[in-house]
Design a protein around this ligand. Structure first.
Ligand code: CAA
Length: 379
């Protein structure tokens, strides 16, 4: 067993760290306040190869491993979790599925611009009445011979208004249950595509989260991913990998808050000495550092299993379940260590605390992760 990262992995981590400090940090408080999508920064992330990190170079990707992806996600999330969720969805939920299950024509047309960052993708599974219970799809894709007629509404779609390519999960044959579900590639400029309301959120406020409406969109048959009825399996398989991205995001939110709290504890004085000299603060820091290390090991294990081609659904669910709890615990303690300063925007930790909560909800709630883990244990 080897705990050392390779030179390439370390170079990716350092590049992501520099980018986050130099390009994401400056406007992050303002973007959070104004709910502004980090458009220019995401463009730069594409130029750096962060939008299709694991995609083969022949499709404009970075040809990197999942471990490198975890390292980059952690670094970006320390500073801007709104930028990093855009990256995570594009990489894991859109590019990965297209590369693994798409046709050559789909890869040429859709994967290449997504992997280079020229275009942004979105993954559309959740609906007003189908969140955790993902098989209860109300969106329909009626088979009309040469095309599918797509109708329905999707909710809480990350990159909802900034994307131009959408993977949409819809029901074709209700009698077949989850085996009657398809995944269709939908372009934003197809007739009948409507971007709905923007959500006003607690955290990741720079991420543009929208509802989407599909009104009689004619989606060509060649835009279906995989065989007829493969859509639900497609969604579940992509989410297995997506959960590694969100686990790494949670890890980054936690380690970002920890680093701020550690630096503050060394500077801030109380009762005649820096607060880090008080055991009350030392014990908090010790707990935070230990939890973060454990979360990082789970993230890296899941990533390594994926890179080795092993089944990793349990590992990714465990990583997300644990890292998202750590993100909550650590950010709350980081605010506490900062005292009054922690409660104001300028010191960043209050934002990280708000950002942390979503990691326990999207790409499968913590309760869903426990279902995934226990099913694997009992298999
Ligand atoms: N990997 C691969 N296949 C899987 C799978 C997994 N993790 N989980 C289930 N499947 C397969 C099963 O094998 C089964 O196929 P077969 O019938 O051929 O065996 C099929 O999918 C149906 O499985 P279940 O009978 O287990 O389905 P279920 O109705 O009991 O639901 C669930 C299972 C795990 C609860 C699932 O519904 C689920 O994961 N729900 C959460 C959905 C979710 O994560 N939503 C997040 C939205 S996306 C998002 O947040 C993106 C964003 O913008 C940030």
């Amino acid at each position: 067993m080897n705990f050392e990262l390779t030179e390439e992995q370390l170079a990716v981590r350092d590049a992501a760290r520099d980018f986050a400090k130099n390009e994401l940090l400056a406007g992050v408080i303002e973007r959070d306040e104004k709910q502004q999508f980090p458009k220019e920064q995401v463009k730069m992330m594409g130029d750096l190869g962060f939008m299709g990190m694991m995609v083969d170079t022949q499709y404009n990707g970075g040809g990197m491993d999942t471990v490198s992806y975890v390292l980059a996600m952690e670094e970006l999330s320390k500073i801007d979790a709104s930028a990093s969720v855009c990256m995570s969805v594009n990489n894991s939920l859109v590019c990965w599925g297209l590369e693994k299950f798409g046709t050559e024509a789909q890869k040429e047309k859709y994967l290449k611009p997504l992997a280079s960052g020229e275009k942004i993708g979105a993954f559309c599974l959740s609906e007003p009445e189908a969140g955790s219970d993902a098989t209860s799809q109300k969106t329909t894709a009626e088979d009309k011979g040469e095309y599918y007629l797509l109708n329905g509404t999707k909710n809480w779609i990350t990159n909802g208004n900034s994307a131009s390519i959408y993977l949409v999960i819809a029901q074709t044959d209700r009698e077949k249950g989850h085996k009657g579900i398809n995944c269709l590639i939908v372009e934003r400029d197809m007739e009948g595509f409507v971007v709905g309301k923007k959500e006003d959120k607690l955290g990741i406020r720079g991420s543009d989260t929208h509802s989407l409406m599909f009104q009689d969109i004619k989606v060509p048959k060649e835009n279906r991913i995989g065989e007829d009825g493969f859509g639900f399996k497609f969604a579940m398989s992509t989410l297995n990998g997506g959960r590694i991205g969100i686990a790494a995001q949670a890890l980054g939110i936690a380690s970002g808050a920890y680093e701020l709290a550690l630096a503050y504890a060394k500077e801030r004085k109380a009762f005649g000495k820096p607060i880090c000299q008080h055991q009350a603060i030392q014990f908090k820091l010790a707990d935070m550092a230990t939890q973060i290390d454990a979360a990082r090991l789970l993230c890296l294990k899941a990533a390594r299993f994926k890179d080795l081609g092993r089944n990793f659904s349990k590992e990714s669910a465990m990583a997300k379940l644990y890292a998202s709890q750590v993100a909550m615990d650590v950010t709350i303690e980081a605010v506490q260590i900062h005292g009054g300063y922690g409660y104001v925007k300028e010191y960043h930790v209050e934002r990280l605390m708000r950002d942390a909560k979503i990691t326990q909800i999207y790409e499968g709630t913590s309760e869903i992760q426990k279902i995934v883990i226990s099913r694997e244990l009992l298999r």
